[in-house]
Design a protein around this ligand. Structure first.
Ligand code: NAD
Length: 490
C-alpha cells in the first residue's frame, strides 16, 4: 500500500509533510496512512499535467491512447482480487460488491479505449454549409487539464468514470480521491506507473477537501472540473469555477422515487426495492430511497419487505454471505443515526431496523431501516440520508404517483414497476430524472448516460457523453470561392 502523492510520474512526499489515517470501517481502527496534500502539491500536479498536455499527450492519436487505456485495464485485471480486498478494507462494502465494482472499473477503461479509437474516425468530419462559398470541418480536441474530485462510495469505479474518458479524449488529469477511501486511486496511479504512462498525464493527490480539493478547484491552470459528491460541495465548486470560467460537470445527490403499481409482481418488487435501497449500505447517489406504493397492495408489499429486510445478513465485508457491511465512517454513522432519530421525532413509524446490530460491538454498522408514512415535509422524506433507510408512502392514482415522485429538489433517478408497459412508458416520460428504470432499480451501464436534473447536477457521465465532457468542439471554416468577398472589393 502506498502513502505518497503521485505527481509527474513520481511518488513524492506531501509538501507540508502531513499524513491522514485510513480507517477500516469494520473495526474502527487505522490500518494505513496517506499523504495530506495541500495547495503547493496541487500546484505541482497541475503544472505537471499542463506540461504533459502541451508536450505530446494532446497530440497523440485516439488509437495510441486506446493502447494506454487497455494496458491500464490489463494491469487492474491482474490485481483484481487484491484491489477488491483493499476496497473492502477502505470502504467496508461486502467483497462480492467490491469485485463487481473493480470489474466495472476495468470494463470502463476498455470501453473508453474503444471510444478513443472511434474518435480518430470522427475527426475532421465535413459539415455541409448552405453557403457553398465555404467549406467547413468539425474537430473534437481535448479540453486541457482536468481536475477531478470524487467521493467514497465506489472509490475505484468513480475514479474510472472520470479518468478513463478524460485520457481517451486526450486530456491530462489531476485526481483527488475522497480522504475516506484514497487507497485504490493510489493503486490506479501505481498501475499507470507500471505501464509507463507518460509523466504528468495522470496525477493523484490525496488529502482533505478543504486543503487539497479546494485549491484544485481554484487553480487557474485547470481547464475542466469534474466532481461527484454532495450538493453543498458541488455548489462551492461551481462558484470556484466561475472565477476562471472553467468548464464543469457535477454529479450530485439524489432522493430517488420507486413507484410500484398494484399489478406489479410482488416478489420481483420486493427484490428490486431492497436492492435499490440497501446495496452498498444505501450509500448510493441513485438509491431509490422513497417508495411510492399503490394503496391496494401496500399492506402485502410492506409485510414482505419487512420480512425480507429482517433476514439481511450484516457484518464485516470480508465475511462470506454478508449482504450489508458497515457505513464508511464515524461521520456517516452519526449522520445516518441522526436522520433516524429525527424521523422518529417527526412521528414516522419505524417498521424495522435503524440501530446497531446487537452482535456487532465495533464497526459502523446500522441495521437496514424501513419507515412508514413520514410527513411530506419531514427530513426523512425530503433529504438524502445516504444510508440504509427506506421511506414508504402510499398513492391512489397514476397522476398522484408522478406528482409525488417529482416533488423533490433532486432529479437523479427514478424507478417504476407495473405489468402494464404502456403505463410504465407514460410514467417514465413524465418523471423529472436523468435515469429511469422500468421494472428494476439501479443497473448501470457504461454505454448509457449517467447524471441528474435539478439539484442532482449538471452534465452526464458515461457513454459518449462522458467522453464529450473532455472535448472541445472546433469548426475550421475555409473560403473556397474564387470570387472576392465583396465588402468593398466589387
Ligand atoms: P462530499 O461532497 O463531502 O465529498 C466529495 C469529494 O469532494 C471528496 O473528495 C472531498 O474531499 C471533496 N471536497 C470536500 N469539500 C471540498 C471543497 N470545498 N472543495 C473541493 N473538494 C471538496 O461528498 P461525499 O460525502 O464524499 O459523497 C457523498 C455524496 O456524493 C452524496 O451526496 C452522493 O449522492 C453523491 N454522489 C453522487 C453520485 C452521482 O453520480 N450523482 C455518485 C456518488 C456519490
Amino acid at each position: 500500500m502506498r502513502d505518497q502523492l503521485y505527481i509527474n510520474g513520481e511518488w513524492v512526499s506531501p509538501d507540508l509533510g502531513g499524513y491522514l489515517d485510513v480507517i477500516d470501517p469494520a473495526t474502527e481502527q487505522a490500518f494505513h496512512r496517506v499523504a495530506a496534500g495541500t495547495e503547493e502539491d496541487v500546484d505541482h500536479a497541475v503544472r505537471a499535467a499542463r506540461r504533459a498536455f502541451d508536450n505530446g499527450w494532446s497530440q497523440t492519436s485516439g488509437a495510441e491512447r486506446a493502447q494506454w487505456l487497455e494496458a491500464l485495464a490489463d494491469e487492474l485485471e491482474t490485481g483484481k482480487q487484491a484491489l477488491s480486498e483493499l476496497e473492502v478494507r477502505d470502504n467496508g462494502k461486502p467483497l462480492p460488491e467490491a469485485q463487481w465494482d473493480i470489474g466495472d472499473a476495468i470494463a470502463c477503461f476498455r470501453y473508453y479505449a474503444g471510444l478513443a479509437r472511434d474518435l480518430d474516425q470522427q475527426q475532421d468530419q465535413p459539415l455541409v454549409l448552405l453557403d457553398e462559398r465555404f467549406r467547413c470541418r468539425i474537430r473534437h480536441e481535448p479540453i486541457g487539464v482536468a481536475g477531478q474530485i470524487i467521493p467514497w462510495n465506489y472509490p475505484l469505479l468513480m475514479a474510472a468514470w472520470k479518468v478513463a474518458p478524460a485520457l481517451a479524449a486526450g486530456a491530462t488529469v489531476v485526481l483527488k480521491p475522497s480522504e475516506l477511501t484514497p487507497l485504490t486511486a493510489l493503486e490506479l496511479a501505481a498501475a499507470a506507473d507500471r505501464i509507463g504512462l507518460p509523466a504528468g498525464v495522470l496525477n493523484v493527490i490525496t488529502g482533505l477537501g478543504a486543503d487539497a480539493g479546494s485549491p484544485l478547484t481554484e487553480h487557474p491552470g485547470v481547464d475542466k472540473l469534474a466532481f461527484t459528491g454532495s450538493v453543498p460541495t458541488g455548489a462551492k465548486i461551481m462558484s470556484a469555477a466561475a472565477r476562471d470560467i472553467k468548464n464543469i460537470s457535477l454529479e450530485l445527490g439524489g432522493k430517488s422515487a420507486f413507484i410500484v403499481f398494484d399489478d406489479a409482481d410482488i416478489e420481483a418488487a420486493v427484490e428490486w426495492i431492497l436492492f435499490g435501497i440497501f446495496w452498498n449500505q444505501g450509500q448510493v447517489c441513485s438509491a431509490t430511497s422513497r417508495l411510492l406504493v399503490q394503496e391496494t397492495i401496500a399492506p402485502r408489499l410492506i409485510e414482505r419487505l419487512v420480512e425480507e429486510t429482517r433476514k439481511i445478513s450484516i457484518g464485516p465485508g470480508m465475511q462470506p454471505g454478508v449482504l450489508l457491511g458497515p457505513l464508511v465512517s464515524q461521520g456517516q454513522y452519526d449522520k445516518v443515526l441522526g436522520f433516524i432519530d429525527q424521523g422518529l421525532a417527526s412521528g414516522a413509524r419505524l417498521l424495522t431496523g435503524g440501530q446497531r446490530p446487537a452482535h456487532l460491538r465495533e464497526g459502523y454498522f446500522v441495521k437496514p431501516a424501513i419507515f412508514d408514512e413520514p410527513g411530506h415535509s419531514s427530513i426523512l422524506w425530503r433529504e438524502e440520508v445516504f444510508g440504509p433507510v427506506l421511506c414508504i408512502k402510499r398513492f391512489k392514482t397514476e397522476e398522484q404517483a408522478v406528482q409525488m415522485a417529482n416533488a423533490s429538489r433532486f432529479g437523479l433517478a427514478a424507478a417504476v414497476m407495473s405489468a402494464d408497459l404502456q403505463r410504465t412508458a407514460r410514467v417514465a416520460n413524465q418523471l423529472r430524472a436523468g435515469i429511469v428504470w422500468v421494472n428494476c432499480s439501479q443497473p448501470t451501464f457504461v454505454e448509457a448516460p449517467w447524471g441528474g436534473m435539478k439539484h442532482s447536477g449538471i452534465g452526464r457521465e458515461l457513454g459518449q457523453w462522458g467522453l464529450h465532457n473532455y472535448l472541445e468542439v472546433k469548426q475550421v471554416t475555409e473560403y473556397v470561392s474564387d470570387q472576392p468577398w465583396g465588402w468593398y472589393l466589387k
